[in-house]
Design a protein around this ligand. Structure first.
Ligand SMILES: C[S@@+](CC[C@H](N)C(=O)[O-])C[C@H]1O[C@@H](n2cnc3c(N)ncnc32)[C@H](O)[C@@H]1O
Length: 268
């Protein structure tokens, strides 16, 4: 079973305790607004517009008070991990200070009329034959993923889908890799890592998000255990009376319209 650990605290402090290359892959999603940019957006009412009529203060303002990390964070991230995938990499060009041979685009399949971004970009340290990899997954309010997908409960304002992290791990991680997420948020990356059997460490600085993520992960584990129990249920005894086949009602034949008859004749 894969190991999964979450630390409530500052990722910089945690990373300072690590030896070089402690992780194989870091998949991170740091806040990319400076407080000045945030205040500017708030003054313009932009954030209020994004949140609908609800004032943003109700919507976990702590996140918007966190400053974007500087170069020191990215240097430390590179020291403790062999490879990095950095969401919002386009906002950190100066701090990352390196070209990428492979960007990731997540197309959220949102109409052009929405205020929120239609896609997100991630920097990767990988060299892949295709310089840009595209993942298409609808993420637009209540609309999530392809038709018939199971809806995820949203517990965090910048929550990413578990399916996105599953896709990343499938395409960029090797079996046995240790995964780090320095900015855990809702814990989608943690669930994806567990599903695919990767050892994982996540850090979250905000106690409210931490509690909510822990509750979400517990719920996920309970569902996983329940599914395993159901899969282990013995098959029904052969002596058991076979269920009577349900009578299927044949639909009444609709009267064939003269037009249809004509059409058949024309075709043949
Ligand atoms: C953009 S959100 C991540 C969202 C996440 N990818 C998801 O799918 O839910 C950034 C998160 O990092 C946390 N954070 C900010 N600064 C941090 C730090 N220095 N150490 C650890 N966590 C931090 C914030 O509280 C927030 O929950």
């Amino acid at each position: 079973m894969a190991k999964s650990e979450v630390i409530l605290g500052d990722c910089m402090e945690y990373m300072r305790t690590l030896p070089d290359n402690a992780f194989d892959l870091a998949i991170v999603d740091p806040p990319y607004y400076t407080q000045d940019q945030m205040r500017h957006e708030m003054r313009g009412g932009y954030m209020r517009g994004k949140m609908g009529s609800k004032p943003c203060v109700d919507y976990h303002m702590e996140l918007w008070h966190q400053d974007k990390p500087g170069k020191e964070y990215f240097d430390e991230l590179r020291r403790v991990s062999r490879n990095q995938i950095i969401w919002g990499g386009n906002h950190f060009a100066a701090e990352i200070g390196a070209d990428s041979m492979c960007w990731i685009v997540w197309d959220k399949e949102r109409p052009a009329t929405v205020t929120w971004s239609q896609a997100e970009l991630a920097y990767t340290s990988f060299v892949k034959p295709a310089a840009v990899k595209l993942f298409r997954y609808k993420w637009n309010g209540a609309q999530q993923g392809p038709k018939g997908s199971v809806r995820e409960t949203r517990i965090h304002p910048t929550q990413k889908p578990v399916a996105l992290y599953e896709w990343i791990l499938t395409n960029f991680a090797k079996p046995g890799d240790r995964i780090l997420d320095t900015h855990l948020g809702s814990g989608s990356s943690r669930i994806a890592a567990d599903k695919l059997g990767f050892d994982f460490v996540g850090i979250e600085i905000d106690p409210t998000y931490y509690e909510q993520e822990e509750a979400r992960f517990r719920e996920y584990l309970e569902q996983k255990a329940e599914q395993a129990r159901q899969a282990e249920q013995p098959a029904p005894e052969p002596s058991e009376k076979p269920r009577q086949a349900r009578k299927t009602r044949m639909p009444k034949r609709l009267p064939v319209s003269p037009g249809y008859e004509r059409l058949k004749i024309n075709i043949w």
